[in-house]
Ligand binder design. Structure first.
Ligand code: ZN
Length: 355
């Protein structure tokens, strides 16, 4: 079985949401959701970026993420951009999510470990039954303009940061969920955003360009001295979604020896982009092959979006990772390719980025 390092899940958000009814949802096998301990071990999951993401407060009316009502008869859709959120609100939610992760680690009896450096991650990968968690923030609204919170979150264990989700904030602009639509919408990074690039470089925090608009992407490319990483994005050439990367962006990722994590969300894989539809494993293989054509076999990985998106019924949840890997094997991927895709490439990039 291949050990998998996953570049993105939204499991903390789901666990916090269902905490009252099922406080032990991570440790007891579930039938719903995508990730719990048992199913993760079954699927070969060895490490994952656990995202802390802040939804808009309910009163904004933007926290209903059922996309289906926005889909036009021709399959196109554009979701309205959610309004900005406050620093105080963002911090409250981020603290709740990270507190959940710290508590999971504390009660894990050696089954979950938050990793803060590459040596620890590599040592953990040799221990069967242990899942390594990488602390990631998706949308930097919890960080103040003077970046004091960044130092605090770094000390707490933050090792990966996406400057924006779909919303704009003081650092930059995200893309709306739209199809067909390019990511070339809005302005680049603000001055605070540019300072944030430098601060992340200095601390060794991975900068995630998934969700960032195109001008912001190019600002990161120009300013960052670390590999350029999109933790969960696919190929725009195959699915013309604002969340996918065009071939020029992929070339920049290749040049920096960065990484693209294949996103398992149906939404970013289907040629026609329709949210309601199902995709086959062949769609995933096609995207992976296009990404590899552009960036090379050393710069791709997985960034599943488990617990944050609708994924193919062929995979169902994290325990289905070997089903995809077997399919890729039959579709021409060698053992060496699969070792790189499942974990070696992520390890290389984290080694080059973390301090
Ligand atoms: Zn995301």
């Amino acid at each position: 079985m291949y050990s998998v390092v996953d570049g993105h899940n939204d499991t903390l958000s789901r666990l916090v949401m269902i905490e009252e009814e099922t406080p032990d949802a991570f440790w007891e096998r579930q039938v719903s959701g995508h990730v719990d301990y048992e199913r993760a071990i079954e699927g070969g999951l060895a490490a994952a970026f656990f995202a802390a993401w802040v939804d808009n407060p309910q009163q904004d009316g933007f926290s209903d993420h059922s996309f289906d009502r926005y889909i036009q008869p021709d399959g196109s859709y554009t979701l309205p951009l959610p309004p900005p959120i406050t620093l105080a609100y963002a911090q409250k939610v981020i603290h709740q999510l990270f507190s959940k992760l710290f508590r999971l680690e504390a009660e894990s009896q050696g089954r979950l470990s938050i990793v803060r450096n590459i040596e620890q991650l590599e040592a953990n990968l040799k221990k069967p039954g242990l899942i390594s968690a990488i602390m990631h923030i998706e949308g930097a609204e919890a960080i103040d303009e003077d970046l004091h919170a960044l130092d605090v979150y770094y000390q707490a264990g933050l090792r990966s940061l996406g400057f924006v989700w779909s919303r704009s904030n003081i650092f930059g602009e995200g893309v709306p969920f739209a199809f067909p639509s390019s990511a070339d919408i809005g302005d680049g990074l603000t001055e605070a955003g540019k300072k944030l690039v430098k601060a992340c470089n200095r601390l060794g925090i991975l900068i995630d360009v998934s969700h960032l608009n195109e001008k912001g992407f190019w600002d990161v490319v120009a300013l960052s001295d670390a590999p350029i990483v999109a933790t969960h994005s696919n190929a725009y050439a195959l699915t013309a979604s604002s969340r996918n990367l065009n071939d020029q962006q992929l070339e920049a990722i290749k040049k920096s020896q960065g990484l693209v994590g294949l996103n398992f969300a149906v939404l970013f894989l289907h040629e026609a982009g329709q949210v309601a539809s199902e995709v086959d494993l062949s769609n995933m293989s096609k995207h992976l092959k296009h990404l590899i054509d552009q960036v090379g076999i050393d710069c791709v990985g997985f960034g599943t979006d488990f617990d944050g998106a609708r994924i193919s019924q062929k995979i169902k949840d994290v325990s289905g990772l070997p089903i995809l890997i077997d399919y890729l094997k039959e579709d021409g991927f060698s053992e060496s390719d699969l070792n790189k895709i499942t974990h070696e490439n992520w390890l290389r990039v984290l080694r080059a980025t973390w301090k």
